[in-house]
Design a protein around this ligand. Structure first.
Ligand code: KQY
Length: 368
């Protein structure tokens, strides 16, 4: 594998927006029993439904352990779904996989960020995480894609969204958290993002969604739908702990200009629920010291914003909630050129994230 000592920006590479053409989407097969209830069986069914939904639009590669290969192969028996054997700690390839970057000559490379399981020994969600730390480089090796390595700079793909035209959105709650890169200032963090993603402007939302165990990943709260337009999780209920978070985000989004000098159009997306795990669902998760405990008292960070854009489609979670159809209608309105497909997201939410968190798009080579 080639590890480069330059930066993507210096080499003429940039991170494309998610709506730009993909060659495939990556996923990881879930099996960790201290994160997924019942040894991961309901989650495997949920991930399979997501993989099949994506495979209608573009190829999918699922990373799977040796022990689960036969089971996963049988459950994903579809031409457009490839399985590769990779050891992992869990199944969040948005955060453990590479961030792909492209140039105008049709080359694709990847950024391999440092990963510390969302906070290391200061609030992280499991230990050890050494297999997850290796996922990005293994994927790049399989793809024969040159790798940029940010040794010592911790970042998860779910903590950023870009518009492909020079602007990135993130949250202070995550990127400025003392459990990610405490040795760097805000300005130094921006500089790493500028160099590795070829962006010019960073929009800092104060927080992500209430109780998001990633420390407020932006992909569960606010995303781009096209340059100059974002979709923000929203509540008008002043008693909802998300209310001040939504208000604060809106104040920022209404006041900033993006890298092209545009004022943003903000679309609102209702928040489902409030959603909680049942006592039985929590009891089905193995108890392991150092892993995230589950409690029926703790509100889940459910969000319709946690969807994936694929070639011609939007793969979004449903929650068997009264707001599911409103969410579908909003997605159809803001993505009129895409087919909106809702896939049950509750089992993925019980593990701490949703469809965007368990997927990683690989952009198609671009010729400009
Ligand atoms: O949402 C994500 N991007 C990752 C969530 C990890 C949860 C682990 N329990």
């Amino acid at each position: 594998m080639t590890t480069l000592t330059t930066t993507p920006r210096a080499d003429g590479f940039r991170m494309p927006a998610e709506w730009e053409s993909h060659s495939q989407t990556w996923m990881v097969w879930p099996e960790r029993p201290d994160n997924w209830r019942l040894g991961g069986k309901p989650a495997q069914a949920a991930f399979s439904a997501v993989a099949r939904a994506i495979a209608r639009f573009e190829p999918v590669t699922v990373c799977v352990s040796a022990g689960q290969y036969e089971n996963a192969r049988a459950r994903l028996d579809q031409a457009n779904i490839r399985l590769v054997e990779i050891s992992t700690d869990d199944a969040w390839v948005r955060d453990t996989g590479p961030t792909f970057v492209t140039n105008a000559s049709g080359e694709v490379r990847g950024v391999d960020w440092a990963f510390n399981a969302w906070g290391g020994f200061d609030g992280g969600l499991y230990a050890p995480w050494n297999r997850d730390e290796q996922v990005a480089s293994k994927i790049l090796e399989i793809e024969r894609s040159p790798r940029y390595h940010t040794a010592g700079f911790v970042l998860e793909g779910g903590s950023i969204h870009v518009d492909g035209e020079g602007t990135l959105i993130t949250t202070e709650e995550c990127l400025l958290n003392r459990n990610r890169n405490p040795h760097l200032s805000r300005e130094e963090i921006e500089e790493v993002l500028r160099e590795h993603l070829a962006i010019d402007t960073v929009i800092w939302l104060p927080d992500g969604l209430f109780n998001d165990e990633t420390d407020g990943h932006v992909d569960n709260f606010c995303c781009y739908v096209r340059p100059g337009e974002v979709l923000l999780a929203w509540t008008d209920d002043q008693n909802d702990p998300n209310y001040p978070r939504c208000q604060a985000a809106m104040r920022v989004l209404e006041s900033v200009r993006d890298a092209k000098g545009r004022q943003l159009v903000v679309h609102k997306m209702p928040i489902p629920g409030p959603l909680y795990a049942t006592a039985a669902e929590c009891a089905d998760v193995d108890l392991v010291a150092g892993s995230q405990e589950r409690s029926p008292e703790v509100r889940l960070a459910g969000s319709y914003v946690n969807f994936l854009i694929v070639n011609g489609g939007i793969i979004a979670p449903s929650f068997d909630d009264a707001k599911d159809e409103e969410a579908r209608a909003i997605l159809a309105r803001v993505f009129p050129e895409h087919e909106v497909v809702l896939v049950p997201g509750r089992e993925i939410l019980l593990g701490g994230g949703n469809i965007h968190c368990i997927t990683q798009q690989q952009p198609a080579p671009q010729q400009r």
